[in-house]
Design a protein around this ligand. Structure first.
Ligand code: ITT
Length: 199
């Protein structure tokens, strides 16, 4: 494998995937869907992360003819069962900003004690090629929902994702610190071990 397409339309997620894989494989040509004008944005019709990751990776592999890597992630909040998860992007409406989504989550959790504010990011990654069977990898990152947003790093729900062992939110971390402990960092470390056998 000489070239890998990062199959996401989320530029911040693409940057994270690029940083993590580029550090490990400096000789690998990493492209994104932005390099393929007209690349379709398939509907995420699956009701699992795994199904959606496969849909995105296989669509990109078919369109580009290359190896393609897609990730589907979400935030699971114990006190709000079934409300985010696979549907994290659509929480409180697809067009609502993340600032607004986070305000809604914090309002829903008002008065909920720390011990009941458990949450995790879950991430599934699919690696596809037009001529081979798709492989799937997954990882989680455990934390809590903070009392208030903090930090400007990362993206999405990172400002309200509290990391008790570090005493800060995911958005308070540098990119390198996030990748060392995050769901995406962990799953891509596993993917990288797999890619190392193919490069
Ligand atoms: P693609 O499907 O094009 O890859 P997306 O933004 O739709 O991009 P997902 O469906 O995988 O991505 O993720 C759903 C939401 O979960 C995403 O919009 C983010 O808000 C949130 N999310 C995913 N990874 C995150 C992370 O590392 N930190 C914070 N929020 C994250």
């Amino acid at each position: 494998m000489r070239r890998l397409v990062i199959a996401t339309h989320n530029s911040k997620k693409a940057r994270e995937m690029h940083q993590i894989l580029g550090t490990r494989f400096p000789g690998l040509e990493l492209l994104t869907l932005a390099d393929y004008p007209g690349a379709p944005e398939p509907e995420e019709t699956g009701d699992t992360y795994e199904a959606n990751a496969i849909i995105k990776a296989e669509s990109a592999a078919q369109f580009t003819g290359e190896w393609a890597l897609a990730d589907d992630a979400g935030l699971e909040i114990d006190a709000l069962p079934g409300e985010l998860g696979v549907y994290s992007k659509r929480f409180a409406g697809e067009d609502t900003s993340f600032a607004e989504k986070m305000v809604r989550i914090l309002a829903n959790l008002e008065g909920v004690p720390e011990a009941q504010r458990g949450a995790r990011f879950r991430c599934f990654v699919a690696l596809a090629h037009p001529e081979t069977e798709t492989s799937v990898f997954s990882a989680t990152c455990e934390g809590r929902i903070a009392e208030e947003p903090s930090g400007a790093g990362g993206f999405g729900y990172d400002p309200i994702f509290w990391l008790p062992e570090l005493g800060c939110t995911m958005a308070d971390l540098t990119a390198e610190q996030k990748h060392a402990i995050s769901h995406r960092g962990k799953v891509l470390a596993e993917v990288a071990d797999h890619l190392a056998t193919m490069i």
